[in-house]
Design a protein around this ligand. Structure first.
Ligand SMILES: [Zn+2]
Length: 138
């Protein structure tokens, strides 16, 4: 989806943000709740969806694809989310790119189905980020 359709004139999300899994209808953020930004996210490469967060599934971060997202939504604090889940600390996860391990504290995932990572919490300043291409818009 082109970014001009999902970013409104105020620079916030023009549509409600949902879990990307078609069978899951969990809302992550209401429209207007997140800000379009690229600050401090250039060096972060997220693992492929559903890896390595979901228990019992083979973790394979080498299959992350291009990994980079067009931009991240900045979320002011935890209370802004309608629903979100957190991974265990990234320090406990293996095979992450060095730059990602340096910047990411925890990954964010769907609170209902654990799909993710949808974004992350910065290690240094605890800021919250949702990858624009890892969520669905309605
Ligand atoms: Zn979900």
């Amino acid at each position: 989806m082109a970014s001009e359709n999902i970013v409104n004139a105020e620079g916030t999300n023009a549509l409600d943000i949902y879990c990307p899994r078609p069978t899951c209808h969990s809302i992550v953020l209401k429209r207007g709740a997140a800000r379009n930004t690229v600050a401090n996210t250039e060096d972060v490469t997220l693992p492929a969806l559903s890896s390595p967060l979901r228990p019992g599934q083979e973790s394979d971060t080498s299959a992350a694809g291009d990994g980079s997202s067009p931009f991240f939504w900045s979320v002011a604090n935890m209370m802004v989310f309608e629903n979100v889940g957190f991974s265990k600390p990234v320090a406990d996860l293996e095979r992450l790119p060095e730059a990602t391990a340096q910047l990411v504290g925890r990954f964010l995932c769907c609170a209902d189905c654990d799909e993710g990572p949808l974004g992350y919490e910065s290690k240094a300043d605890r800021k919250l980020w949702i990858a624009s291409d890892r969520v669905s818009y309605r």
